[in-house]
Design a protein around this ligand. Structure first.
Ligand code: GDP
Ligand code: MN
Length: 337
């Protein structure tokens, strides 16, 4: 087994009991699910596990979002899965369309280039809208008004361990802003100018950059280049305030004006991650090592033997132990003074 500097498992959270729905001290947490009607059964697969492993005890509400209206079949089927509150929202057209400053021809050239290089979603326009929406707009949806924390969930993922405490309260009690399970290296061809653009932004707005930032996680050469490290955003537990902040909004607007969501294929994962790196201290970010989680080719599985008893996952293949992951690099970052 490789020598991985594992954290002590955060069983610290284990004492946090559910708070009844009618209690004011309940954390204002919500699951956010962007999904298409055709992914209904893949979503059931995710939510059944999430409910059985966690939410049947905690009853956090769900907000489902879609660029098209949800069908009655979709809504009815979701109601089988949870007794928690659910709401279904439509994404406003202006958050899911080509901005007028985008040069259509240049975009098609960029798509062609990615197709030639056989990059996944190379010519997919809806994928680009999705990444832009998750980068700049989901936290503005009116159905999320009044919530403090969100937990992003996707179709076709797995939750492989019992979660016997409340991650939302864990975040709130420690004043955490961002939580992840998996980190990886981005496909460089999807973000050729993202770093350069981010550097220009920091030059223009040095006042937004946190003094004890975590930029060393995303650059190994003092900022000259991006090492492609990013948190995988298909799982996120985050503070909505962080994304609603002036500094984040200004960053998103700057990126959006540059057009890389369309000319290249900037993902919301590197965008969120670079924002975390610029704006947050290490102590404001948490690796949920104890949350067993699977998305496509990568999974997170706790290494601790005690925790294994409540999991169906193989710790030996957990992505944090591989060279593809950036989690070891994250753990090894020095704490801020
Ligand atoms: P990947 O994880 O990067 O391979 O991308 P996914 O296909 O899983 O998409 C990420 C998330 O966005 C998932 O929750 C999808 O259900 C959702 N999504 C992707 N494209 C669309 C779309 O065109 N419309 C809607 N409503 N959701 C989408
Ligand atoms: Mn996915």
């Amino acid at each position: 087994t490789p020598d991985v500097p594992f954290l002590t498992p955060p069983t610290a959270g284990a004492h946090i009991p559910p708070v009844p729905l009618d209690q004011p001290e309940r954390v204002k947490g919500v699951f956010v699910v962007l999904v298409r009607n055709k992914e209904l059964h893949e979503l059931r697969w995710s939510l059944r596990q999430l409910e059985d492993r966690f939410n049947h005890k905690y009853n956090y509400p769900y907000v489902f979002l879609n660029d098209r209206p949800f069908t009655d079949e979709f809504k009815n089927t979701i109601s089988w899965i949870t007794k928690a509150n659910v709401s279904f929202g439509l994404i406003p057209q202006e958050h899911w369309s080509l901005p007028e400053w985008i040069d259509r021809y240049k975009m098609l050239e960029g798509m062609n280039d990615l197709v030639k290089k056989q990059i996944i979603y190379g010519a997919n326009l809806s994928y680009r809208h999705m990444c832009r929406f998750n980068s700049g707009y989901f936290f503005h949806h009116p159905l999320l008004d009044g919530y403090d924390y969100y937990w992003r969930v996707e179709p076709d993922v797995q939750f492989t361990c019992d979660i016997d405490y409340d991650p939302f309260r864990y975040m709130q009690e420690r004043d955490l802003k961002y939580g992840f399970t998996i980190s990886l290296h981005e496909i460089p061809e999807t973000v050729p100018t993202l770093w350069e653009t981010t550097r220009k932004f920091m030059k223009k707005h040095p006042e937004y950059v946190e003094q004890h930032n975590t930029l060393d996680w995303v650059s190994a050469d003092e900022g000259r280049s991006y090492n492609m490290c990013h948190f995988w955003s298909n799982f996120e537990i985050g503070k909505l305030d962080f994304f609603r902040s002036e500094r984040y909004q200004k960053y998103f607007d700057y990126l959006d004006q540059e057009g890389g969501f369309f000319y290249e294929r900037w993902g919301d994962a590197p965008v969120h991650s670079l924002a975390v790196a610029m704006f947050l201290r290490k102590e404001e970010v948490h690796w949920f090592q104890d949350i067993g989680y699977v998305h496509t080719v990568a999974h997170n599985c706790p290494s601790d033997k005690e925790m294994q008893k409540k999991c169906h996952c193989n710790p030996e293949t957990s992505i944090d132990r591989s060279e593809y992951s950036c989690t070891r690099r994250w753990v090894n970052l020095p704490a801020s003074p």
